[in-house]
Design a protein around this ligand. Structure first.
Ligand code: GCB
Length: 620
């Protein structure tokens, strides 16, 4: 009897193990640094797709997921084909005869019937790759919005949440030896309260594989991660680490070469494959917006080598000042979404991104706020190259589920991935942990934990979040307790648009800010339809927006600690909330540049103000 019970228990355990054996959910471990610089097989281009609002390709008719079943089969990821003509099986999908979508690219802008679609779409791409002995292979997606389930040759690699951070899987032992492979992605952009972002945002919920896809090849032992930066607030010390992965990562030699700076260091990895370093930096030319100097940095170990272009600078605050390379600076910024309104949908390539940053330069910026989520790795590299400091942010936006532990974990993972991706970029000077989050105890715990996490992961940059204000008469008060944890007191402030009357009335407001830190206005603005003219009191007109900017700048000049701003926003952008049929038409019109590329009057107001600030702080 006892034996029988034991046997049954054993059988139950084996059954459970068996069902999981089919689909080990490979959590992505560490993000490999600078993946696009590797030898890659691009998976960009056409992918076949199936729209699946009922998720028939994922669940059986009892709503049990196929990929959790004993066989692990039955889902669209099998990419099944009829096996014999005599006994045709019932297969109710066929990727190869389905239409295609371009990758990278959101689905909304590629097929009119997908414009407002929120739900699941399956993507499939076949590719030829015969794995070579002694090599490792990693499948990479720059971003998939929002939840993705990824399968290679019918087997699950894993699930990823978060629409703006890279996804990587080691697929070395999953590639077919004969070279015929297929990858299937279930992308689901359903909005949910407990996710990050939550259900409510002011941007278009673009779905799909929105950034590049490729497979990178590395040697068996490879450079996983590295950080090469100046030490915290120290212009004379280069510090960082190199991390190897693979079987022979311990006790290896790593060479760090920055030829132009006459740096050549031989490092030894420890038992975990990590080699840390710290040494004096001699005669470096520091990165700055005036001179965005980047050094060619080369890391090599065994047969692996990675090249990067890295700038060196320090950023810190002292009282009211923001100090770049030890010198006080004013952050002449503008906010930007990952969208170039001249093309439909998300920005897709370097050209779209370069155009946005070139406009920011023309405006006189030395700073950009890449709102409200992690932007493309290419964007971060372009900012380095063009001499723009960057505020990088996670989509902790408005009213998140503050008390849900999984929501916090999700936000923290997105923050960690953003910091991992951006840590070698000189341009990034601020990590923002969120935007306009409403005061409460649970929110303070959530947000301050995120701020502490950001500092723990990277203490060389400033930490902030876009805060809200409240008013008593003409007194604008900023006393959000989260401010204690932040380096910049950043405020979103919409005098003259959402409150405070007409633009001409807002100069009466004065600011009462609790913290003696640099004050940064992370947003202000108002909508204007380009080409629509009226007086300074005609809402939606260019003149109204112009007056709003003029009076905002007057009002803000009374803040003694003011050290920068990123008005909202560089260009008009698509937003489902913006429904006015005459003035908005599905666009948030707070852009200084319209959806057809036309500069509005307010553009020139800010440009002139930035000219004066540049003169005051940089002497030109
Ligand atoms: C805000 C939000 C931003 C919106 C903007 C607006 O405060 O941070 O995402 O788009 O206001 O236009 O209302």
């Amino acid at each position: 009897m006892k034996n029988q019970l034991l046997r049954r228990a054993l059988l139950a355990v084996l059954l459970v193990l068996g069902s999981f054996a089919n689909q080990p959910l490979r959590a992505q471990s560490i993000l490999i640094q600078n993946m696009p610089a590797r030898s890659v097989l691009s998976l960009d281009g056409n992918w076949n797709y199936i729209i699946d609002p009922y998720e028939n390709g994922f669940y059986d008719y009892r709503r049990e997921p196929f990929d959790q079943s004993k066989s692990g089969k039955g889902g669209y990821y099998d990419n099944q084909k009829p096996s014999s003509k005599d006994e045709p099986e019932l297969i109710e999908y066929d990727f190869d005869h389905s239409a295609t979508l371009q990758v990278p690219g959101d689905w909304n802008s590629q097929d009119p019937k997908l414009l407002y679609y929120e739900g699941t779409i399956w993507y499939k791409k076949s590719f030829n790759l015969t794995p070579k002995a002694g090599k490792r292979y990693f499948l990479y997606f720059g971003a998939i919005n929002y939840e993705s389930h990824i399968y290679l040759n019918g087997k699950k690699l894993g699930m990823h949440k978060g629409g703006f951070t890279p996804i990587q899987y080691d697929i070395t032992d999953r590639l077919s030896p004969n070279g015929d492979n297929f990858v299937v992605v279930k992308a689901d952009n359903t909005r949910r309260q407990d996710e990050v972002p939550t259900i409510n945002t002011d941007w278009w919920n673009y779905g799909g594989i929105t950034r590049n896809a490729f497979i990178a090849e590395t040697p068996e032992t490879y450079i996983t991660d590295y950080k090469v930066q100046l030490a915290k607030s120290d212009l004379n010390t280069l510090t960082g680490y190199v991390q190897l992965g693979g079987a022979n990562k311990a006790g290896q030699t790593v060479t760090l070469d920055i030829a132009e700076a006459k740096v050549r260091q031989q490092l030894k990895t420890d038992a975990d494959g990590k080699a840390s370093f710290s040494f004096p930096a001699k005669k470096l030319t520091y990165w700055s917006p005036q001179n965005p100097k980047l050094y060619a940095v080369s890391l090599s170990s065994g047969s692996d080598a990675v090249q990067d272009r890295i700038g060196f600078r320090t950023i810190q605050t002292r009282g009211a000042d923001v100090m770049l390379n030890g010198k006080s600076t004013f952050l002449r910024g503008i906010s930007i979404h990952d969208e170039n309104p001249l093309i439909p949908g998300r920005a897709r390539g370097e050209g779209d991104l370069r155009m946005l940053l070139t406009w920011a330069k023309e405006l006189g910026c030395n700073f950009v706020r890449l709102a409200h989520y992690p932007h493309n790795e290419t964007m971060l590299k372009l900012a380095d190259e063009l001499g723009l400091m960057v505020w990088a942010e996670v989509p902790v936006y408005w009213t998140i589920s503050w008390q849900n532990a999984a929501t916090y974990q999700n936000a923290e993972t997105q923050l960690s991935d953003l910091i991992s991706m951006g840590k070698n970029r000189a341009g990034i000077v601020v990590w923002s942990v969120g935007n306009e989050t409403p005061l409460s105890e649970p929110r303070l715990k959530f947000m301050s934990s995120l701020a502490k996490k950001a500092r723990e992961l990277d203490d060389t940059r400033l930490i902030s979040a876009a805060l809200e204000l409240h008013r008593e008469g003409s007194n604008v008060i900023v006393d959000d307790p989260l401010g204690e944890y932040l380096d910049l007191t950043s405020i979103n402030e919409y005098a003259g648009w959402y409150w405070g009357g007409k633009p001409s009335e807002i100069t009466k407001y004065t600011f009462n800010i609790k913290y003696n830190k640099p004050v940064f206005i992370s947003e202000f603005g108002g909508d204007a339809l380009a080409g629509y003219h009226g007086t300074a009191e005609t809402r939606w007109s260019e003149e109204y927006q112009e007056a709003l900017y003029q009076n905002q700048l007057k009002m803000l000049s009374t803040i003694g600690n003011l050290r920068g701003m990123t008005p909202w926003i560089l260009t008009d952008f698509r937003a489902t909330r913006r429904q006015h049929p005459v003035y908005q038409n599905g666009f948030n019109r707070k852009g200084l540049i319209s959806s057809s590329g036309q500069k509005k009057k307010a553009f020139y107001v800010l440009q002139e103000y930035y000219r004066q600030q540049a003169k005051k702080y940089d002497g030109k």
